[in-house]
Design a protein. Sequence first.
Length: 71
Amino acid sequence: MLLRLRQPIDFDALDGKPIDIVFLLLLPESTKGEQLSALACVARKLRSPAVKTALRQARDATQTLRLLESE
């Protein structure tokens, strides 16, 4: 689940900036090791300033999903 917050919140981030994009990953306990792979994939994607900007400007869930699925 990806949430874009209307009001950024202070989350004690490493860069000191408030956060406005929140990602929630829920997986069954039986998926040992897959959690880290999924989390790493999301982290790599959200590291890109261009991706974060595009996510903030996405108009709907379809556009957001396309951004996350793109290479």
